[in-house]
Design a protein around this ligand. Structure first.
Ligand SMILES: Cc1cc2nc3c(=O)[nH]c(=O)nc-3n(C[C@H](O)[C@H](O)[C@H](O)COP(=O)(O)OP(=O)(O)OC[C@H]3O[C@@H](n4cnc5c(N)ncnc54)[C@H](O)[C@@H]3O)c2cc1C
Length: 380
């Protein structure tokens, strides 16, 4: 497989790397401490086209290939995983399913604002009682004349409170199991939609995560995505597509952990020499570097296979599983190399150790990725 980047891909990666260094890195620790959402940075990212990477140009997007998208998320996460997740959620679990499955009128109404970053996107699948078992969701949507009326609770919704639109999954036929679920676009200002108290997360503190409450929430009939009953398929297709963004996030964190651990090991002196001279430290750095390249190779290969439906979902699950677990191992090793300082918030690696943890959990836990992979192995 050829990973040589095109001129356009290199230019985009370099532009985002510069943006991350100049605009995101300063203040990242403070925003984390204050749980402060980087509104101005996200606005600038919108102007650069980073919110519309999954939106065709006809709707104002900056549509890019999947490898370019991975490169962008990787560069953002290397500096600030919270900013990366805000941007990746808007792109991959909000804009993508709308671009892919919504009818023309709905696309024209919502996509231009999302692509420009004027409205952020969210994705409402998880509920208090249904996480990994998303097909058991309980939120309902009932048709009432020209409107749909939604009732229920969504949990853990990234960008809740700041997003302009949510892709929301609700049950339209209570008797039809997973085939009774439909997908909708819900505007944040819809009557009957309330945002709950933001979660006190362990990491990603500059990103917002909160529950959504739908109490007789009314949306126009045209806000249905696809046909009634197609919602669960749309949710699975979206996650198959989007979890590569979480792999990219993990690679960015892994890359930064390796850079930090290497610099620290070259500076910190114990037993009269920089600790990088001790073989135990060298072995840890070697392992981190090797797993980083393995994660990158798997993820870039998955990105190149994104348009092949026979391989895309499987490869994205493998990439997400491996990259997120490798990044967790790498950050854990980096903290070890920092010794006591790795346990201190004065050091960037401490924030990384909080931010990396969720990569094996959201957009499908590692266990769910293993189930997806095993199913393909055993049922094909
Ligand atoms: C910061 C953050 C942001 C999030 N953003 C969003 C968002 O924007 N939109 C959204 O819809 N959701 C979001 N989520 C929710 C996330 O996708 C879920 O947390 C995740 O899917 C797991 O669901 P759960 O937390 O209910 O865990 P559970 O499903 O309760 O799982 C608990 C444990 O049991 C394991 N388990 C469950 N079933 C099985 C099985 N069959 N076999 C083996 N092991 C199993 C799981 O792997 C896990 O280890 C977010 C979560 C977090 C933490």
């Amino acid at each position: 497989m050829d990973f040589e980047l095109s001129e356009d891909q290199r230019l985009l990666r370099d532009e985002v790397r510069r943006f991350a260094a100049e605009r995101i890195a300063p203040g990242v620790a403070e925003r984390d401490r204050k749980h402060e959402f980087p509104a101005e940075i996200i606005r600038e990212a919108g102007e650069m086209g980073l919110l519309g990477m999954q939106v065709p140009e006809a709707y104002g997007g900056s549509y890019t290939d999947q490898l370019s998208y991975v490169l962008v998320i990787e560069e953002l996460a290397r500096v600030c995983p919270a900013t990366a997740v805000t941007i990746s959620v808007t792109n991959s679990v909000c804009c993508w399913p709308i671009s892919r499955f919504a009818h023309e009128e709905l696309k024209q109404i919502v996509l231009p604002a999302l692509a420009a970053g004027e409205a952020l996107g969210g994705f409402g699948l998880t509920e208090p009682g249904s996480g990994s078992d998303a097909g058991s969701l309980q939120t309902t949507a009932v048709r009432d004349g020209e409107q749909w009326v939604l009732n229920g609770e969504k949990a853990w919704i990234t960008n809740a409170g700041i997003a302009g639109y949510f892709v929301v999954f609700a049950r339209t036929d209570p008797e039809a199991g997973k085939k009774g679920i439909s997908a909708f676009v819900v505007p944040a200002e819809a009557q009957g939609l309330e945002v709950g108290k933001p979660e006190e997360k362990v990491g990603l503190k500059a990103s917002v995560t909160a529950p959504l409450h739908f109490g007789d929430c009314r949306i126009p009939g045209r806000n249905l995505i696809g046909a009634p009953g197609q919602g669960f398929k749309i949710a699975l297709a979206t996650l198959d597509h989007s979890r590569l963004g979480i792999a990219a996030q993990a690679i960015g964190i892994h890359q930064r952990a390796l850079e930090l651990a290497r610099s620290y090991a070259l500076e910190r002196v114990q037993f009269g020499v920089p600790i990088a001279r001790h073989q135990a430290i060298q072995f840890q750095l070697a392992q981190m570097a090797t797993e980083l390249e393995a994660a990158r190779g798997l993820s870039y290969a998955a990105a190149l296979a994104a348009s092949d439906p026979s391989r895309a979902g499987l490869m994205a699950a493998q990439a997400k599983l491996y990259a997120s677990e490798a990044a967790n191992r790498a950050v854990w090793q980096a903290v070890q190399i920092y010794g006591g300082n790795g346990f201190c918030e004065d050091y960037e690696i401490a924030r990384m150790s909080r931010d990396v943890r969720v990569t094996t959990i959201y957009e499908g836990t590692s266990e769910m990725q293993r189930l997806v992979i095993a199913r393909r192995l055993l049922l094909n």
